[in-house]
Design a binder for this molecule. Structure first.
Ligand SMILES: [Fe+2]
Ligand SMILES: [Fe+2]
Length: 510
């Protein structure tokens, strides 16, 4: 296919990827791969508009592939010593690859490029973009708002050095971008306030940062007003805040309307929390999370997942006896339900199947009750880190690239960190280590240390995944084949007696 044909194919996709049937989805995956190959290897011309394809892919939820395509485009310009065009791509690459997908590859790329540009004062304004992205990354994605403020400040200092013309000459962007960074700074303060309660100094500082002229582009102005409204409502000036939101709502596009609706949910959830109506607050933040998971944007999912978890943690610390068992179970079940929706190609409840099989094996080992509890919950949450992997990367049917693989592998560390945040430290190591192998051939560390419980979960995971028919490989392996395969892992990937116990149990059921 020619480049133009490829471009038209993407542009013409009207509905969401998730509503594709299997054939359409396969065709889409293959076309994405063809596009990457063409941009990476084939001869191409300067005028070919790679950015349009990347934007479309990102809107469809293939954010990592969008970043990859722009990355090849960046290499192309770099080779021609066209640094301005190369760096112009960079903020697109990082936005898609890091904010859209939270990919380790693009995190390294960001750090490298910050160093490169830092050594060449000619391209300094680009650093303003990059520090802003780094701020969003550590704040919105990883919940570290103090550090994010540090990066926003750096970005603001750089951008303020330039006059509008000079700035535009280098970056081809409006200087009003500065107000977006200031807005982000104020928003980081707001998140801190949501977590720790009213603080006059932070409120005053934020209101100062939110001062901005009427005449800036719509996108920047609207995000500025939404943050301001949130502040006013947080400070008890409900009427003023709502007035601002209503005004925006009237003439806004559907995107902004959705944005405003989400803001209302966040504000209401926080108000309920401050009124100590904890169960209602949690339910509303779940509603907010379930809605954003329907969107294609990982960053939106991340922000709302953070919000949902923060709400739970805040409530746990306030309630003397913690949440009721019923509420905790509700929280956990909802996370798993959302994960199950995301891991679309399995089409079955992978987490619970792994738990059921693990428990059966745990019983054969006569594990004590506290060990059994760790095994049960650890197995149930072993893949929870996949909540942080974009839907398209999880489900694509075309061969995955190194960059995809890096991201997929990160579900172990992401899952472990997530469980640590939920103060489930006694099971987080299972999520971290369930892809390790005793002979060091596993990931993420390649360590040869796995305890009995992790090995049980790992073998149950291998068996369950391989015997489940899915959209990716279509055919499932039968139990017989899998038993033979497991026998080959004996005394190298896993301890011999664990494999023997599994095999004995599986043969019983045949
Ligand atoms: Fe996994
Ligand atoms: Fe798994």
């Amino acid at each position: 296919m020619e480049f133009e044909q490829l471009k038209n194919y993407f542009i013409n996709i009207k509905h969401s990827l998730k509503s594709f049937d299997d054939d359409e989805f396969n065709y889409f995956c293959n076309t994405v791969e063809d596009t990457k190959t063409i941009i990476r290897e084939k001869k191409r011309n300067d005028y070919e508009d790679v950015m349009t394809i990347a934007k479309k892919l990102n809107n469809l939820g293939a954010s990592l592939d969008a970043a990859e395509i722009l990355y090849y485009d960046y290499l192309y310009y770099l080779k021609k010593d066209d640094y301005i065009n190369a760096y112009r791509n960079v903020s697109g690459i990082i936005s898609n690859g890091l904010l859209g997908a939270d990919s380790p590859f693009f995190l390294n790329f960001l750090n490298e490029i910050i160093e490169n540009i830092g050594n060449n004062s000619k391209y300094m304004p680009f650093l303003g973009f990059l520090y802003n992205i780094k701020g969003i990354y550590v704040g919105s994605i990883h919940g570290d708002y103090e550090t994010s403020k540090y990066y926003y400040k750096k970005a603001i200092t750089i951008c303020e050095k330039y006059n509008p013309e000079e700035f535009k000459n280098i970056t081809r962007r409006e200087i009003s971008f500065l107000y977006l960074i200031k807005n982000n700074y104020a928003d980081a303060n707001l998140q801190i306030l949501y977590n720790s309660g009213y603080n006059k100094k932070l409120v005053d500082e934020s209101l100062e940062y939110l001062k901005c002229p009427e005449k800036i582009s719509d996108r920047y102005r609207i995000s500025n007003r939404i943050t301001l409204a949130e502040f006013l409502i947080f400070c008890g000036k409900e009427k003023e805040g709502k007035e601002i939101l209503n005004k925006l709502d009237m003439k806004g596009s559907p995107v902004y309307k959705g944005w405003i609706k989400e803001t209302y949910k966040k504000i209401r959830a926080n108000t309920l929390y401050f009124k100590q109506k904890y169960a209602d607050a949690l339910e509303l933040s779940l509603e907010y999370f379930s809605e954003t998971i329907q969107s294609e944007q990982v960053i939106q999912e991340q922000i709302s997942l953070n919000f949902y978890c923060n709400m739970l943690l805040k409530i746990l610390s306030k309630e003397k006896n913690g949440l009721s068992y019923r509420k905790k179970k509700f929280f956990i079940n909802n996370l798993l339900r959302i994960l199950h929706k995301k891991d679309w190609y399995y089409g079955r409840d992978h987490s619970r199947e792994v738990r059921d099989l693990s428990v059966k094996i745990g019983e054969k080992f006569k594990l004590k009750q506290n060990k059994m509890e760790i095994l049960t919950l650890g197995a149930l949450f072993h893949d929870i880190g996949k909540l942080n992997i974009p839907w398209f990367t999880l489900n694509k049917t075309s061969p995955i690239t190194e960059i995809d693989r890096d991201l997929l592998k990160s579900h172990c560390d992401k899952g472990g960190a997530f469980l640590d945040r939920l103060e489930l430290n006694n099971i987080s190591y299972i999520a971290k280590n369930h892809h390790e192998r005793l002979n060091g051939s596993g990931y993420p560390l390649g360590t040869n240390k796995m305890d009995l419980i992790t090995q049980i979960v790992a073998v149950a995971d291998i068996y369950t995944a391989a015997t489940t028919p899915n959209r990716k490989y279509r055919k499932a392996k039968d139990a017989d084949t899998m038993i033979k395969e497991l026998m080959m892992y004996k005394d190298n990937m896993f301890e011999g007696n664990i494999i023997d116990t599994f095999v004995a149990y599986l043969k019983q059921g045949m």
